[in-house]
Design a protein around this ligand. Sequence first.
Ligand SMILES: [Cu+2]
Length: 271
Amino acid sequence: MRVGSRARIGCICGLALVLSLAGLHGSQTVSAQGMQITIKNFSFQPASVTVPVGTTVTWSNQDSVAHTTTSDTGVWDSGNLTTGASFSFAFKRAGTFHYHCMIHPNMMGTIVVQAATTAGATATAQPAPTRGAMNDLHMGPMVMMSRPGWLGYYDSHKDAYLSTDVSDRGQAVAMHVNYAPSLADMPLSRTPAIYLVKGRAVGAQLAVFGSQPGESDYSPLWREAIVQWKAHVKPVLLTSDNQILALAKKGKLVVHHTRTVLNCPIVKVSK
Ligand SMILES: [Cu+2]
């Protein structure tokens, strides 16, 4: 829900980290020997990766249906990958390579291939590119790091976010994030909602945010609202909180507001 007068689109980099989230796509992980991308739940996971030149990227299909990994510009095409099948491609030149699934064109991904000197295989200390207040606070040199991220909807566009801590122990284990019970003490009024669809949903469903950076009520601490479609209703793609609340009013779905708080900073806002 848009609360502020204008959404401020700009640098929302964290102070200490430069997260090389490429574009607006999801997560990334870099390993020295190669990059593994899983095709699962009708998505490329991670959807965006940054790798050094020379990296071999391998896609493995773990879905029950066939998919392809197909370069938007004809650089590679796996053909149909059935369940359990994989395809590898060695990236010999730097550049940004967008790709998709031929069968499900809404499945998209990006491979950013960087000159070897700029893509660290592990977190590497780099000289801070700018001098400023943070250097006066003795935070040391900036480091580059890669970590998983996700995409979520806010007012019908996609934002990229991280998930780092949750107040529920079971979810912490399931999501591989920190268990932080004290997050639940955050006042309700200070935690905008993150809507998570449970059970039946369309394949491309993502989390839906009730705010984003630039809005007056934005906070990286979100109160989980669980959305469930009524049994007789055919799910549609949910992309905004207004849409969810309108459908709830019409009796199409149920929104269950929980006391669980998630720390999910939005790190990239799209227009
Ligand atoms: Cu597909």
